[in-house]
Ligand binder design. Sequence first.
Ligand code: F0G
Length: 471
Amino acid sequence: MLPILDSLGNPSFSNSAVSGKAASDEAFSDRAVSDKAGSDRAGSDKAGSDEAVSETAGSGKSGSGKAVGDKTFSDRALSDKGVSGKAFSDGGVGEAHVSDAAGGRSAFRNVVSLGEGNTPLYDLPRAARRLGLSRLWAKHQGMNPTGSFKDTGMTTAISVARERGAEWVACASTGNTSAAMAAYAARAGMRSLVLLPEGEIAWGKLSQAMDYGALTLQLRTDFDGCVRVLAEVVGRAPVYLLNSVNPYRLEGQKTAAFEIAEQMEWQVPDHLIVPGGNLANSSALGKGFLEMKHLGLTAKTPRISVIQAEGANPLVRAFREFGAERLEAVRAETRASAIRIGDPASWRKAVRVIQETGGWVEEVSEAEIALAKAEIGAEGIGCEPASAVTLAGLKKLVSQGKVGRDESVVLVLTGHVLKDPDYTIEYHRGELLTEGEKAGLGAEIEGTRRNAVGVEASADEVLRELERLAG
Ligand code: F0G
């Protein structure tokens, strides 16, 4: 191993850490949370001292997050907070200087930000009415700068990479991590290496990695294969690893939990529903909510439930078949390409979150995902397919009586509707699903389809179409 790897402090990326079979994880017990709020093991053992974690995740992110993430901030607001300069000019790096308690310049000079966070919490009135719920919201993490929840973790992790002097950063990805990493690396003046499963990435995401200037390699394997290759690359070249085994990513991804609590005036919802792929996001959000409760900021945590696609359901199987004690990797297959993951790295952490908060795991079919996505679109919001598993899963939890009609629910929408336009267009053209897949949902699906119609360039033709729809 090259010496520079140690100085970069790459998280341990042994197969055991990657496959989540790492040693015991105490991060979510109250004690562990209070002992070391930032440190989080399956791969964090070498990722930096507790001191580094608290400096970055504690004072670093939350201190600057407010000022830097506030899209309406003015110079006056900045000076009120002890911040000088314009945060996003000239690369977005190093301009938000924050005076520390001693009055000196702090480590904030390494903050790399694109103005992430402060994403909207939308209500979903039509879906709520159909389900008989009175309080249903969507926390739309797709409204972040690169269009997915990855940005809140990338600002922290890239800032750490910059602080450590990394020249190259790298990840394996189903698309969104690579888009976020490439963008933040570009802002920081770093080079980035992206490993993607060939032919399995939504165009929006692939185009982002290219546009932000990453070295983008498409490997003839799946996501899990890309992770394995990257583990070896990181051991042989001086690159800083930015997969979600990097603990700073998870620290940053807690942001959405804090925002939800703040947006709901510290009355957290009864239920939080999260898509499950590599299982980092559910882990991070759980950690955020548990920490807030521990600190006395909130009275409780939501029940956190994780939803997977039927064809990529290793966590569901782990619960069903092994009492959540063991996870067997599966060969993943789903059109929701973001969560086409068979061997999730953070499964133990997700198990702990589900168990400690009293949530559930559930799986949903391709047709259920597609219908839910169209319904979220019809609310004027939209999301990418992987995000729609949340609404599809909620329908099941309501029908099973696990979510009560008087309870409040927040769905975490993880990616923007424009990430995967092919999927959306195929759905509305009626070309996405097979007849077999649609079974039982055919009428509902037909009711949501809005194909684009080709007509002659005449007002008569346009009016005929209008009448046809009205009639
Ligand atoms: N939703 C979207 C849109 C995602 O991109 C991902 C993961 C998930 C949900 C699942 O989150 O992995 O934390 O459980 N995307 C990763 C990537 C794997 O490479 O972009 P998770």
